[in-house]
Every structure is written in structure tokens, then in C-alpha cells.
Design a protein around this ligand. Sequence first.
Ligand SMILES: Cc1cc2nc3c(=O)[nH]c(=O)nc-3n(C[C@H](O)[C@H](O)[C@H](O)COP(=O)(O)O)c2cc1C
Ligand code: SF4
Length: 637
Amino acid sequence: MLNLLFSPLKIGNLEIKNRLVVSPMVCNFCTAEGEATERFISYMAEKAKGGWGLIITENYAITPEARGFAHMACIYDDKHIDSHRKMVSRVHEHDAKIIMQITHAGRQTNHLMNTGVQPIAPSAIPCPANQETPREMCVGEIKEIVSRFGDAAKRAKAAGFDGVEIHGGHGYLLAEFMSPYSNKRVDEYGGVLMNRLRIIREVIDDIRAKTSPDFPILFRISSMELMPGGRTIQDTMAIAAVLEKWGICSIDISAGTYGDDSTIPSMAVSRAWNVDSAEEVKKAVKIPVMAVGRIYDPIVAEMVLASGKADLVVMGRGSLADPALPKKAQAGEFDKIRECVGCLQGCIGKLIAGFPIACLVNPQLGFEDQVIEKTDKPKRVCVAGGGPAGIEAARGAAMRGHDVTVFEQSDRLGGAFGIAAYPPYKGDIASYISWARTELAGLGVHVRMGEKAAADIVRSEKFDAVIVATGAKSFVPDSIKADAGLIDARDLITAQAGEPGQNCVVLGGGLVGVEAAVHLGWLGRKVTILEMRDKIAADIEGGVLPSLLELVERYGIKVITGAVISEVSGGLVVYEHEGQRHRIKADTVVSALGLKPDNALADELSGWGKVVVVGDASVPQKALEAIRNGFVTGVSI
Ligand SMILES: Cc1cc2nc3c(=O)[nH]c(=O)nc-3n(C[C@H](O)[C@H](O)[C@H](O)COP(=O)(O)O)c2cc1C
Ligand code: SF4
């Protein structure tokens, strides 16, 4: 079924065993000096073990100032060679090939990341995201940077890498030169296309001169910059044709630049959305073309190849969510593949906040060096609650060899996380819960649906330990006098609260409230959100936020911030705004005012034995934290 995906291909003289490529991703696992740590090495080796044919590494900084992140890999000095050589040999043990991506961040960095200097760029224009005004490079400096690219490639070869990928995408230095959006020079490095490409030509020539005639040089480029005056797909096709002539042996078609959300799109963006751009580039060149961007399914990947739109399929977050995706796909174990849900919480969310990356659905990401050993004292473990924290606690405990039973009082796993999948653009979330159901069955976990873990069951069935993962309950603060007509946002979204009326008011403009309002807007209802803070959606991930706010606007949802609600009675909502008392009449009033932990079972079992509370039952938290918390508790019970 996946004949093309698992057929070999040559990039230059380099033979790749299949068409599955790991996309370059900074993980912030290296030392502050950019050397490979054991954590970094194990993380990379895990992917090679998982069956990927080619791994393109995170972007390695070619000078200390080229860095965009504090703990990214570096290759600006010979001192970097040894630790990265160790990583390469661990990857090669599994018959995977590895290419080093080399980069200079240009204006897309800041003094906190790049040794405290002013960023450099073709022109002194700040990028819309970082907003630190760069210094325009003089010609001498351009020549120096060109030579540092060549030196980096020479070191990559010495460390055993199978080739290099020049990072010409995402608005970093080389992309800045290529684009009239960021390059306003009037010398030989600016103006017409071939002038804007001059630095690229020099970089390629320098790498070639410092490596060998057959050392593979790949190039990553954004298909479109999606910014006013930025490059289009037509420009990119022209550049690709030129790059092929200059000896580039494969071209990797990504998208976007800083300040636009297309490089790492959230779950709000359709799957495989950038493949058609790869197809356009394929019309311009004969070298292998790679497609990337929300491709997570091996069958979709096979179709990308079968339709001739690309020669290789590149997966970034798909490989974070499940490093063993290729092996599972090859074995036909499709329901065992844990897909990325496009949440942006763990990977890019953590990276931007300055931390090592994590993954919401893969709590072992970044901890690949920690081996889970079977216990020689198996226990009977009760997990109360089948939300994400409970699922992961059960999984962790079962991996250790414990006899685990999950009690879930509803008719499905997932808890509040399952409800989070209901808004139109969040369907990906359901894939994690579906995967977890298969996974728990495979691990021999007993799942008792429609049953609540009560204290008497725990005692009578002689469990040795209890993990309380009963989640959180909605609550209405004491300051609000509310009658029984108030509908819980979760019941509204799952259609358990019946048909909403025509005029609706949602109390609370956090994630749940805004999603409930959007849901009502989608159903054609007239909606007002009342939020006490000065903005709605204050608790939502940056990447997902624009899509949600766009829906708020599309459905004409009225937003009143700074609203202090005092009473809800008979559909009348009373609130204070800017010192004035107001009333709104609604057919349906929805409550999304907050959550409080539901850990009654822990209280009932007080003094009984080993009881641990995880996830929202401990303190309301993000799914990313609840999942890791559940897993760690499970493996250490
Ligand atoms: C945490 C993270 C770090 C990234 N770092 C890089 C990088 O170093 N170089 C690069 O070209 N792209 C980088 N990207 C972009 C990815 O390589 C990829 O193009 C993007 O995530 C879209 O593909 P996906 O939907 O398969 O994840 C990064 C993405 C993520 C999530
Ligand atoms: S954190 Fe979210 S977006 Fe990132 S890889 Fe994991 S599931 Fe995907």
C-alpha cells in the first residue's frame, strides 16, 4: 500500500532508504555553547530508530551571532565537531541518513539570543515579529558570512554528516537577501533577482570548495512569504531553477516568514496545505523536491508521491508526536500512530518561551534517554478518570508492568480534552484520544466505561494504589447570584444542554467561553461575551489565537470586556461596566467562568494508602502539563 513511501531515492549520490524525512526543528536541547548533549543525541537517535530515511537537523548556527535560540546547535568552531559526530554515529547505527541544516538568523533574532549584538540584515529594517532594528551589512561582512557558511559545511563533513541543507527559508538571513520585501540594497547584492541571489551563489560555491564535488547540498526555501511585497510561488519557481543550475541537489519547500503563521501552522490550518506549492516547484526542476506542512498521515504522504507533487515527504511535528511513525506505517499499524494535533503548546510554544521543546501528545519527547524498566513488584493500580492525565498515568503504569484499571464514568475516554475537539477547527484533538484507546488496549489496561471509581470499590477490589485523575468542575463564583437556568459551556458544546435560544450571552471570555461563543455563532445565534478582564482569550496559545479571533469577528460576536457580572436570573444578566449598571436579556446564558479541581475521591480515601492526584484534579492546567504529569506519575507509582 505504501510502495512509493518505502522506496529508495538518491539525493545526488546519497541513497535514502525511504521517502520519509524529518523536518529541521530547533529543540533547545544543546548546551549554551551549542554542543550536543546526551539528551539531544538520544532524541535524534530515537527518530533514526523509528525508521525515518533522512533526518534534517535543526538549524546549526554558523557564527555565535547567527543564533536565534539560546540552546540551539552550533557549528561555528571546531570545538563543536566531536559531540555532534557522536550524534551522527548514533543516527547512522539505524541506517538513517543525516543532513545538517546551516543558518544565520539575520534580523530574526535579538540581543538576548545572539551574544548581545545588534542583528544584521541586508537592509536596516526590523522584522515584524522580533522588532529589533538590524544593522545593514557592508560588502566585506557579506563575504565574511559567505565564508562562515563554507567553514560550517566543512565541519559538518568532518563530523560525518551526509550533507548540508542551506536554510534559505522562513525569513532568515539568506531569505532576507532573496526578497524585495526585506532587501532594499542598491549595490550588487540588491535589486534584480540575480543580484538578490548573489550571496546564495557565493555560499554554494564556498561550500563546494571547502567540502567535495559530491557532498550533497540541499536548499530550504519558503514557497511564498505571504507578506506584503513578499516572494510569490512564481519567484520561488524561478529561484529553484537557478539553484538547480548552481548544483543544489534537492529543494525543500516550506512556507512563510516571521510575522505570518504559515511556517508552523496550527490545527486551524488544513492538512497538507503546502503540497501544491511543491508541485509548482517540481515543474521548474528535475532534482528531488520535498513537501512539508501538516502532513501527518502516511497514506496522505503516499498520495503526495503518487500524484507526482513531490519526491519526498517531510514531517516536523509528526516526528515529534511519534518518532516511530515510519515503522508503524510500514507494518500497517495505522491506528498505533500518534498524530500531532497542531496545538503549538509544546513544541514552538515552549521554544518561543525560551525552554526546551515538549510535545502535548508525546510526554517522552526530550526524555528519550530515560529508559522505562519493568518493575519486579507489580501492583494493582486504579486510575480514576479517563481524561488525558488518567490515560497517561495508566499508560505509564502499564509500561512499568503494573496491572492497571481505568474507571471512566462517561461513555468515552478523553474527559474535557475530548470536548475540546468539538469546535470546527479542533478536530485533530480527537485523534489523540482514539490513539490512546488503542494504546491502552495494547498494554492490557482494563478500561471500565460508565463506572465511577468509588472508595468502596477501591477497598473491596484490593487495589494497591490509586491515581485520582477526575479532572475539574465548572463553578460560578460566590460573587454572582445565579439561578438554575445557567448552562455549562461544555454541555452546550456537546449538545447535552438542548437547543440554544436565538439570543445568547456567554459569561467568561477565556478559551472555553470564546469557543462556546464561536460554536453558537456557527449555529447562527446572536452572541455576546461578557469578560471581566480587559481582553478575551488571554489564556490561549499565540498560534491558535488569530484563527479563533477571526471566527469571533466572522460571526459578529459582541465582546464586552471589563464587565463585572453580579446576577443571572430568568435569562436576565446584570453586570457593571465602566461604573454603570447594565442588564441584558438572553434566551440562553452560558457559563464559562472557571474551573475548580474535582478531587473528592482523594478526600474519601484519606488515610487509606497510596493515593496520588494528577492533572486538573490537582490544579486546573493545560493539557500539555496534565499529560506529562499523568505519565510521570504512572511510571513512578
Ligand atoms: C519547534 C520547531 C522548531 C523549528 N525549527 C526549524 C528549524 O530549525 N529550521 C527550519 O527550517 N524549520 C524549523 N521549523 C519548521 C519545521 O521544520 C516545519 O517546516 C514546520 O513545522 C511545518 O511542518 P510540520 O507541519 O510537519 O510540523 C521548526 C518547527 C518547530 C515546530
Ligand atoms: S506540541 Fe502540539 S503542535 Fe507541537 S508536535 Fe506536539 S501535538 Fe504537535
